[in-house]
Design a protein around this ligand. Sequence first.
Ligand SMILES: Cc1cc2nc3c(=O)[nH]c(=O)nc-3n(C[C@H](O)[C@H](O)[C@H](O)COP(=O)(O)OP(=O)(O)OC[C@H]3O[C@@H](n4cnc5c(N)ncnc54)[C@H](O)[C@@H]3O)c2cc1C
Length: 423
Amino acid sequence: MSEKDSKTDRRDFLQNSFLGAAGAGLAVASTTHVAIAEEKTTPKTDHTNEVDVLVVGGGTAGVIAAIQAGRAGAKTLLVERGSQLGGTTTTGGVAFPGLFDAWGKQVIAGIGWELVKESVEMDGGDFPDFAKVPQRHWHNQLYTNQFLYAILAEEKCEQAGVSIAYYEFPRSVAKTETGWEVDCVGFGTTRRVHCKQIIDCTGGAEVVGLLGFPRLREEERQPGSFLFKLGEAHAPGREQVHRVYVHGADSTSSVTATEANLTGRKTILAKLRKEKKRLMHLQPETGFRESFRIEGETIVSVNDYTSGRVFEDAICNAFYPVDLHTKQGVKPKPLKPGTVPTIPLRALIPKGSRNIIVAGRCVSSDRLANSGLRVQASCMAMGQAAGVAATLAAQSGTTPLEVPLEGIHRLLAEHGAILPGKA
Ligand SMILES: Cc1cc2nc3c(=O)[nH]c(=O)nc-3n(C[C@H](O)[C@H](O)[C@H](O)COP(=O)(O)OP(=O)(O)OC[C@H]3O[C@@H](n4cnc5c(N)ncnc54)[C@H](O)[C@@H]3O)c2cc1C
């Protein structure tokens, strides 16, 4: 029986019960109990989409990828397993994106910058002076209001014609003649998506993993952090919140992510009891620093990163110290003056793949390079570049790796991005 049929039957059943009781002259009080007909709850494919570009993961990179694809004319669907956009920037509470500048000038702009700037302006926040080289790198991060950021991200997606499906994630992906057939599942919902290109922005390259392309992961990963505030009210958009490390945090399954959340909250509860302060702010989940990275067509090494190598297929700049958190804490290693690393297109392409590209912290890189590349401005710049490459590939019936680089650069520049090596 179809879902529609079963609902109709249930309605008829309830109406008949009511009429039957009233017709028999019985008093129908508000506490009347009626038997509920048994309904089948097995989800079926109740949504289908034909799109050019499917973005999976609406976090830091994915939001920008989707907006870019939409603005460039691609029919775009964004599937996000959570309940809002922004990922680590909003749900994780890391609402202090960096770094858009290096050595006295802006090196990353485009759609990510537009969204950050608008959210700071609308919130009456402050902007750092990018013309000044700060004493500590994080002085030039921006404080954004995580709540406003998520709403503005939704508005920009809507304006770009991007459809959003929350609470859903891909369960299987199959190759088709023109691209992919992706089956997604959410609660009470299944969705079949036919798309030409996939942009995997899940943080841990989940779709790449589903497809069986190689991924890289360390035995010991950087800790996650749970963000909160004790004592005084949190002022969103004005400050960082407190954080506790969650060692061993693993974002790769609901089971391990549950464990990380339980551990994080337990640690905060113990702190609360010890410090006898009020709990004034708590993020809904752990922020994860490290998970799977793809093994791409090239792997950015820490030497590439710290030497500021300008790759022949560079699609954006990146800037941050090498920033590896361990059980002993973190000691950022700043880049040498004048150094601005770049990210090549090939580091966004899973090795041997066609019609799929990634953006965000899962970029193909060794662990130390990744500790610097994973920051938000760089993830946003990768997202924008992936959005452009996937759109051009969809429009010309090819794969992102075969899209001419000049075309990618031209479209990126038209959409406000700063081209690599040209800051
Ligand atoms: C505690 C902490 C502090 C940090 N400090 C800084 C800092 O000071 N400055 C800075 O710039 N960066 C900082 N970072 C790094 C930076 O925030 C992240 O690396 C970056 O935001 C990752 O972006 P992303 O788009 O790759 O992933 P995310 O923003 O995590 O987005 C991934 C999205 O994909 C969704 N998703 C995952 N799997 C699926 C699936 N199967 N289907 C559908 N959706 C899925 C998730 O729900 C999420 O919304 C910090 C990170 C952490 C955790």
